[in-house]
Design a protein around this ligand. Structure first.
Ligand SMILES: C[S@@+](CC[C@H](N)C(=O)[O-])C[C@H]1O[C@@H](n2cnc3c(N)ncnc32)[C@H](O)[C@@H]1O
Length: 160
């Protein structure tokens, strides 16, 4: 599969997963967290899905289109490994994670801290949708929409 096809499939999976959990997330209190602003396309989609929620976004720097740039009070700049830790216990209803690089060695380093931080950000019953597989005892894997092949995107509910 070309990288273009792979990218398109990943974006379709991301959209289908986020659209599919809208009702569930609306039944859980708490903010929505976006780890990885990038261009801001997913942030813009999250705004459409969850217009009443506070959406807090994390990235090293603002690189988004100006029409999908969070207000400064909802934009947390710096290395997510450190900045997200300061939000532990925020009881998020949803954490969306899009910080995979496509390089297995780099993603392996990210995965030494990302599952723990994701679990710590969520409130009970909160969901995390991620492009990287998150293995953590408090993250219970959930079924994906039928359109999403296993392993293309990952979805979990925080238990306990
Ligand atoms: C794939 S892009 C996100 C794309 C985004 N979903 C969009 O709609 O454009 C990944 C982003 O995560 C950020 N990122 C990755 N690892 C990070 C880290 N450890 N700390 C801060 N930002 C990070 C990168 O700077 C990049 O902007």
């Amino acid at each position: 599969m070309s990288r273009l096809d792979s990218f398109i499939h990943r974006m379709m999976a991301q959209r289908d997963v986020l659209n599919g959990i809208r009702k569930t997330v609306n039944g859980v209190e708490g903010p929505v967290l976006e780890l990885g602003l990038g261009n801001g396309r997913t942030y813009d989609h999250l705004r459409e899905l969850f217009p009443e929620r506070r959406i807090i976004v994390f990235d090293r720097a603002v690189g988004s289109h100006k029409t999908s740039t969070p207000d400064p009070e909802n934009m947390v700049l710096g290395d997510i490994r450190e900045t997200a830790q300061t939000f532990a216990g925020v009881n998020a209803a949803l954490v969306h994670v899009d910080i995979g690089t496509g390089y297995d060695d780099k993603d392996a380093i990210t995965l030494t801290w990302l599952p723990q931080i994701s679990a710590a950000l969520l409130g009970p019953g909160g969901l995390v949708a991620s492009g990287l597989e998150l293995k953590h005892p408090r993250l219970d894997p959930l079924p994906l929409p039928e359109s999403v092949p296993a392993g293309r995107y990952f979805l979990y509910r925080r238990i306990n």
